[in-house]
Ligand binder design. Structure first.
Ligand SMILES: C[S@@+](CC[C@H](N)C(=O)[O-])C[C@H]1O[C@@H](n2cnc3c(N)ncnc32)[C@H](O)[C@@H]1O
Length: 212
C-alpha cells in the first residue's frame, strides 16, 4: 500500500483546497525538490483549520524540518509556537524560513532531540503536534502528555505509515517493528479512558486525541 486513500481522492482534495502562496509555496517547492517530508497539502489544510478552531495560546511541535507546518500554524492562529528539530541542516533552514516570514517573535525554534528537550520546557501547551520520527511517536506522546494543559489536544502525524498499519498481509521484515509499534500505540490511545481519539485517513494518517 502506498496511499491511505485512493490517489484520485487525494488528487481531487489537493486540487480543490486553498493553496499556500508566497514563501510558504516556495517552501513546498523546496521540500519537493529536496525530498524533505513536510506535511501533505490536505493534512496541512486540516492542521490550519484545526488550530484556528482550537485557538490555542501555546503550541508545541516535535519535528520542525524546514519550518513549514510551524509557519502554517502561525498563520492560522495567534499562538506562540515552540518547535524542536534535531537535524542541524533542517534547523538552519527552518531558522531562515521563520526569519523570512518575520515570525521570530511567535516561533521559538529549538535545536535538539525532542526526548531531551521537551521535559525542560517551562509551562503547559494547549495543542501539541507530534511529527518527528514515526517509530518514536509513542515516546513522544507520553512526553506530550506531561506538557499538555488540561483539556488539551495532541495531533500525531504518520500513524498509518503509508497504509501499512492497516495492511492485513505481512509488511515485510524492514517495516514490521515500526508497524507493530504504531498498531500498539493506536490501540492504546484509542482504548484509554483518559482520552478521546479519532484516526483520520489524511496525509500519512493522523490521530487526534483530546485529553479529558
Ligand atoms: C516529517 S518531518 C517534519 C515535517 C514538519 N513538521 C512539516 O510538516 O513541515 C520530521 C522531522 O523531525 C525531525 N526529527 C526526527 N526525530 C526527532 C527527534 N527525536 N527530535 C527532534 N526532531 C526529530 C527530523 O529531522 C525531521 O526533520
Amino acid at each position: 500500500m502506498e496511499n491511505i486513500t485512493e490517489a484520485a481522492v487525494t488528487e481531487f482534495i489537493n486540487a480543490t483546497v486553498k493553496k499556500e502562496e508566497g514563501h510558504l509555496h516556495e517552501m513546498e517547492l523546496f521540500a519537493k525538490e529536496n525530498y524533505v517530508p513536510i506535511i501533505q497539502r490536505e493534512a496541512g489544510r486540516f492542521l490550519s483549520v484545526l488550530v484556528s478552531i482550537i485557538n490555542p495560546e501555546r503550541i508545541l511541535e516535535m519535528g520542525t524540518a524546514i519550518g513549514y507546518s510551524a509557519l502554517l500554524m502561525a498563520n492560522s492562529c495567534k499562538a506562540h509556537i515552540t518547535t524542536i528539530e534535531r537535524d542541524e541542516e533542517m534547523f538552519c533552514l527552518a531558522l531562515d524560513n521563520i526569519a523570512k516570514l518575520g515570525m521570530q517573535n511567535r516561533i521559538r525554534l529549538i535545536h535538539g532531540d525532542a526526548e531531551a528537550e521537551v521535559q525542560n520546557l517551562p509551562g503547559k501547551f494547549d495543542f501539541i503536534f507530534i511529527d518527528a520520527a514515526k517509530g518514536q511517536s509513542p515516546i513522544h506522546f507520553d512526553l506530550a502528555l506531561e506538557k499538555l494543559a488540561p483539556g488539551g489536544v495532541i495531533l500525531t502525524d504518520n500513524v498509518l505509515y503509508r497504509g501499512m498499519v492497516a495492511q492485513k498481509e505481512d509488511v515485510g521484515h524492514k517495516h514490521r517493528t515500526i508497524v507493530n509499534r504504531l498498531k500498539e500505540f493506536l490501540d492504546s490511545i484509542c482504548n484509554d479512558e483518559r482520552f478521546d481519539t479519532a484516526i483520520l485517513p489524511i496525509g500519512d494518517g493522523m490521530a487526534i486525541t483530546k485529553v479529558k
